[in-house]
Ligand binder design. Structure first.
Ligand code: GSH
Length: 205
C-alpha cells in the first residue's frame, strides 16, 4: 500500500512534506481534507490525528506495521531517515543533526507564531492581534536573513530538511502583508529553494 498523505493544497505545513516527497521521489497518494465542511474534525479524520490537523501520513514500516505520523517537522525527519540513508537531508552526525533540529523547532514555533499566523489572518480570517503578529514575523525573518550572511543554506552547506521546514511561511510572508524587500539574503535563499530539483509550488509562491 503506498504512503497516504492527508493534506490541504493551500497549507504551508503540507508544502514542507510535499517538497520532500517530491525531492526524494517517494510515491504517495494524496487525500485532500476539506476544511470548509470541517474535514479535519470528522470522526474518521480524528481517528487518524486526534489534533485534527494536516499534514499526516500513513505508511507501512519496514517491519510491515501500518504507522501514522503527524506534524510536518516529524514527517520530514521520518521521510529523510527512511528514504535518504546517506543523511543528506537529515544529518547522521550529532552536531549537524542538532543544528538542523533547531530550525525544525523554529519552524514549528517562531515561524508559525509570526509569518504563518499573519498569513492566516488575511487568507483565512483567523482572529489574532495582527500588528503584534507582523512584528513577530519581521523579527524572525530578520533573524533568518542575518543567519544567511555568508551562507547559501541554513545548515551543513547544502539543502536539508531545515530549509524545507522554514521555507514555506518565509516565502509566503507577503500574504501576511509582511514585506520581504528588507531581507535580501532571505529572498535569494527562497529563490535557491525554488530552483532545487523536484521543487513543487503552492499558490502565492
Ligand atoms: N505543528 C503542526 C501544525 C499543523 C497545522 O496547524 N495544520 C493546519 C494547516 S497548516 C490545519 O490542519 N488546519 C486545519 C484545522 O485546524 O482544522 C505541523 O507542523 O504540521
Amino acid at each position: 500500500m503506498p504512503l497516504v498523505f492527508h493534506a490541504l493544497p493551500i497549507s504551508g505545513n503540507c508544502l514542507k512534506v510535499r517538497l520532500l516527497l517530491s525531492m526524494l521521489e517517494v510515491p504517495f497518494e494524496e487525500r485532500t481534507v476539506t476544511p470548509q465542511v470541517g474535514g479535519t474534525r470528522t470522526p474518521e479524520f480524528l481517528a487518524i490525528n486526534p489534533l485534527g490537523h494536516v499534514p499526516v501520513i500513513e505508511d507501512t514500516a519496514e517491519d510491515g506495521r501500518r504507522i501514522v505520523i503527524r506534524d510536518s517537522q516529524a514527517i520530514l525527519v521520518y521521510l529523510a531517515r527512511r528514504h535518504d540513508a546517506d543523511g543528506t537531508w537529515y544529518p547522521l552526525d550529532a552536531v549537524a543533526a542538532g543544528q538542523v533540529q533547531q530550525w525544525l523547532s523554529f519552524a514549528a514555533n517562531e515561524m508559525w507564531h509570526g509569518p504563518a499566523l499573519a498569513r492566516a489572518f488575511f487568507r483565512f480570517g483567523r482572529e489574532l492581534d495582527i500588528a503584534a503578529t507582523q512584528t513577530a514575523a519581521r523579527r524572525v525573518l530578520g533573524l533568518i536573513d542575518d543567519h544567511l550572511a555568508g551562507r547559501d543554506w541554513l545548515e551543513c552547506g547544502h539543502p536539508t530538511v531545515a530549509d524545507l521546514a522554514v521555507f514555506p511561511y518565509a516565502g509566503l510572508a507577503h500574504e501576511g502583508q509582511v514585506d520581504l524587500a528588507p531581507y535580501r539574503r532571505l529572498r535569494a535563499w527562497v529563490d535557491r529553494v525554488k530552483a532545487l530539483p523536484g521543487y513543487v509550488g503552492i499558490e502565492g509562491l
